[in-house]
Design a binder for this molecule. Sequence first.
Ligand code: ADP
Ligand code: MG
Length: 450
Amino acid sequence: MTRAISLHSVSKVYGRATRAVDRFSLDIDPGEFVVLLGPSGCGKSTVLRMIAGLEDITEGELLLDGERSNHMPPRERGMAMVFQNFALYPSMTNRDNIGFPLRLENPRQDSSERVEATARMLGIENVLDRYPSQLSGGERQRVAMGRAISRRPSAFLMDEPLSNLDAKLRNHLRAEIAQLTADLGVTTVYVTHDQAEAMSLGDRVAVMRGGVLQQVSSPREVYALPRNVFVAAFIGTPRINLLQAVVYAPLQGRMSIDLGRQRLPLPEPLSPDHQLLRIQQGRQIIVGLRSEAARIAPASQARPGEVALSGIVEHMEYQGHEALVHLNTGSRPAVVPDLESPRPRTAPRRRRGGPGVLERLRERAAAHVPGHVSGPVVVLDEPEADASATYTPDRPAITASDLVVRTGPDMRLRTGAQVPLLVDLAHLYVFDHYGRRICPAPMDMPGLDM
Ligand SMILES: Nc1ncnc2c1ncn2[C@@H]1O[C@H](COP(=O)(O)OP(=O)(O)O)[C@@H](O)[C@H]1O
Ligand SMILES: [Mg+2]
């Protein structure tokens, strides 16, 4: 039996003030694999624990197979949990560890066959008679998994089960988990803060921020059609380039997007999505460009839909199969609060005196989300005088790159060199000043056929 799990406007308030989860709604089909993704502290574990029955639901409804189950005891839910800090009984063999839930359920039944079958499924048949301390981290996690599945649960709830393992093992076990849950056909809710893990595992990915569900879609769609700046920035590496900009829409003449020192002319005739930008005339917007949306090439090589820009090389980051070029195009990056780690600075900066623009923006950004409310997903600000300060030996200008572009690994570029760029406007995202995506236009926008 595999479960359908529905949460209807579920909230969790700890104590009086901490709203860890805020009106969270999600319908999970039987057999579906859903990943809860978001930065640390955004409420993922709390949602999972409410599904498991380990945490009271403050408001809202939990339905299991269509029945209201807010108060169903955890045991009766028949779900299995796997945690990051899996605890095996050190004094029991792995065989006994895996069989433990079965013996608990039915002490008189012989569980050895089920244990063997489970172990075979996980490729740990040959370590059954050892103790947990005699296993590697990966094997231990497999035993923990075995203990969770031996009872054939109605759903798996996994809370960062791979976080303690090294990268190689993590990738390996990730593939195994996908295979295993697909084979068993059991509904799975998997919590992670690792977007790559979420993308590779989930039938759907539910992105959370500050206790609030931002978007739930297929991995493809959260990447290609992020609903807001937060989702756009949280998903994909390198992080999407987000630039503060203004739409320039003269009554006559060509519409363009003003990036500060440069402009992106919109190709004519305007696409329906670009038409819609006209109403943003004069307003602050955010332009999003993934690193694959721009390439280093002269204007003479422009393909249809590509427009020219230029940038100054800040530095290059070699990745083996490709290189990332960090460029300064003279625009201001938008700051997205609440992401786990801000994009690392590219230029080492020494400074006397007070904090710089970015620090202040970050502080303000952090101050924007007091106690997990659904605040704005982006922080825009006016340029500060020192953002364009001139270079002097003891006070370097703030030269953080604002655009990261992929190139082949053989490209050699000198720091400080000016390079031509071609931006593919088919891959342009525009977000309004609240951070909501407006281009490509959201599907659910009514009455906008033009
Ligand atoms: N038992 C608790 N009491 C009070 N606050 C809690 C408790 N558990 C979690 N929180 C708070 O709720 C928020 C969400 O926590 P959690 O669900 O663990 O986040 P995540 O799993 O996404 O890292 C955090 O701010 C956390 O500090
Ligand atoms: Mg957690």
